[in-house]
Design a protein around this ligand. Structure first.
Ligand code: AMP
Length: 278
């Protein structure tokens, strides 16, 4: 496994792996856990060259405090990656990714007006900036994204369509801790007590799936909100039940679309997201 920090080293390594090598790419912000590693393992299994990037992208943080406290653990990340068979790690600094400010404005229409888009203004524009730049540097054949960030996946697919990029976007299942809590780099910022209580988020989503036949969409949304807010450690920012294509709020179970329940919840100062296919 090789670690490179500049675009020219990255491109040299990709070139050295030969023409015809298929490149599988996993973009991350580091502080790696089993969720990230599952994406990397899939990239290793499906490509001749698996590349992971580790870059805490400043343009996708709308809250400077969130950016500041985001965990950075490169040494530990490299140790974990050694176990996956991944060949190349790209860990650039901000100057390398943004030699000059990226002023592009993407338009994702109604996809970016709901949920994370509504509560984190500018977030998806920053995601699109960094992902498109990384795609341009690597020219991957396949890129792997977790369903944990369901709306991000929809945005990236839409961006690939808009820019007509020759890359296949591969969605990967959510990996959870034993308690059910969706794995996240932000879990590391929770106290032991908060982490225990944060498991109520996923437990509520699992139960919501079972209760779906007994309630209307609106009632189920309210039930999930109340159930999570009843825990003194947790404070719901939003609960939405949306269709899986346009991510618009569902009105009735009769609509012929797959429904996803998505939540954002504060546990102390830390904001967590999760979702489940209902
Ligand atoms: P991040 O480092 O948080 O930007 O995440 C990098 C990639 O890993 C994104 O595609 C995430 O959706 C994915 N990911 C993060 N957590 C999980 C998880 N628990 N299960 C599956 N994929 C995940």
């Amino acid at each position: 496994m090789k670690l490179v920090k500049t675009v020219s080293e990255l491109q040299q390594q990709i070139q050295d792996s030969g023409k015809g090598a298929s490149v599988g790419f996993v973009p991350t912000m580091g502080a790696l856990h089993e969720g990230h590693l599952s994406l990397v393992r899939q990239a290793v299994a499906e490509n001749t060259l698996a590349v992971i990037s580790i870059f805490v992208n400043p343009t996708q943080f709308n809250d400077p405090k969130d950016l500041e406290r985001y965990p950075r653990t490169l040494e530990a990340d490299l140790k974990l990656l050694e176990t996956t068979g991944c060949q190349l790690v790209f860990a650039p600094d901000a100057q390398e990714v943004y030699p000059k400010p990226d002023t592009r404005k993407f338009n994702f229409g109604k996809l970016e007006k709901v949920m994370e888009g509504a509560f984190r203004p500018g977030h998806f524009n920053g995601v699109a900036q960094v992902v498109s730049r990384l795609f341009d540097m690597l020219k991957p054949d396949k890129a792997y994204f977790g369903l944990k960030d369901f709306q991000q996946l929809a945005i990236v697919k839409n961006m690939v369509k808009q820019l007509n990029l020759p890359v296949e976007i591969v969605p990967c299942a959510i990996v959870r801790e034993d308690s059910g809590l969706a794995m996240s780099s932000r879990n590391e910022l929770l106290s032991a007590e908060e982490r225990k209580n944060a498991a109520v988020i996923s437990k509520t989503l699992f139960r919501a799936k079972e209760l779906k036949t007994q309630m209307s969409v609106k009632e189920l949304v309210e039930w999930v909100k109340d159930e999570i807010n009843n825990n003194p450690f947790l404070d719901v920012e939003y609960v939405e039940i949306v269709d899986d294509e346009e991510l618009q709020a569902a009105k009735s179970w009769d609509e012929p679309t797959t429904k996803i329940a998505c939540v954002a919840v504060f546990c102390g100062k830390i904001r967590l997201i999760d979702n489940i296919v209902l």
